[in-house]
Design a protein around this ligand. Sequence first.
Ligand code: C5P
Length: 209
Amino acid sequence: TLPLIIAFDGPAASGKGTLASVIAQDYALPMLDTGLIYRAVGYQREKRGLTVDNVPELVEIARTLDATGFDNPELRGREAGEWASQVAAIPQVREALKRFQIDFAHQSAGAVLDGRDIGTVIAPDATVKLFVTARPEVRAHRRWLQLVKSAPDLAYEDVLADIRLRDERDSSRSSAPLTMADDAVLLDTTDLGIEAAIEHARRIVRDRR
Ligand code: C5P
């Protein structure tokens, strides 16, 4: 059987990560959250006191990145998302992270990857491509519900502002901007609960594989 490569792309807090995990489980495929890679580089930039202009240092961090530390809860936080999108706009950083992602996608069984440029750059040959989105207000509300558990003072408006800033930066950068691949299936989860979104994603994969 041919390898099954499934690409999930879309903006921040669209639900693509949750859907990707479910599909990876369904098909017993290895899964890679590529946002975590950019988050790890952004986090290292901050911890080492570097700026986005320290390109050679950032490329070195990207080249030598390993998965130890990926379970650091700080990587999932709000600031790390912002730091990630800053370093993700640097073409040399994206280039340094590319080989690992391409190899992960093309392992023998196949794989599920989620990110911004999986269907366009990392695996244009993916078997199934989903572009998962939702209105910014809905994404911000979902993200706020998650974050407020550990940050009770967090305002919804601030989360919405973050989301808008990240959408703008991810969509307007010159290197691998967030765009839907021509052959991707659009899944808009604005009016869908989690169970309904999972059902839609499962059907899309079933019909296309
Ligand atoms: O998906 P997540 O919110 O974890 O991604 C954090 C940031 O990393 C995104 O806002 C985006 O700038 C960047 N990213 C990217 N390409 C990917 C995955 C993430 O540019 N494939």
